[in-house]
Unconditional design. Sequence first.
Length: 161
Amino acid sequence: MKVDRQMIEFTPDNIDGVVAQLAVVIERGAGWLNIEPIVGEVAMDELRGRAAPAIVRAFSGRGGKIPFGTFVPGDHRKGALGQVGLEHSAGPRGLQQLRDAGVVMPAGWRMRQDHGKRGIVCDVPRDEAPATIVRWILDASIQLCEIDLTGWWTAVINLPK
């Protein structure tokens, strides 16, 4: 399948471009969105210096140090729900950590998975506002991130041709 990709650099204070593109993904009921922070050189050097051997990472109960959010829309023909995923390094019970910090799942979202290594996956109603999806991914990522962030993020919008 051929895919058109668009990358947007943005800050949490200016998400309008990402929201507009996510609305296209939802309207088409196809494609996906990825969101991750832009990490500075200091953080990259720190990550390289603290990297555990591959065998340790394979059996670790935690995901990668850089949070990675994803949204996939539901299939319109089947009335399927969309899904939000968030890989993070905060370990098990990520949703509980978010609730404790005041970052709650929006009404109507259902937890599918809250795994220390594979991350959080939630079902999202088909009519959820794109801004709510983007804002939750950002707020949850910021809260669960264990490294210093630059304040800049990338969103990659993938649409089938």
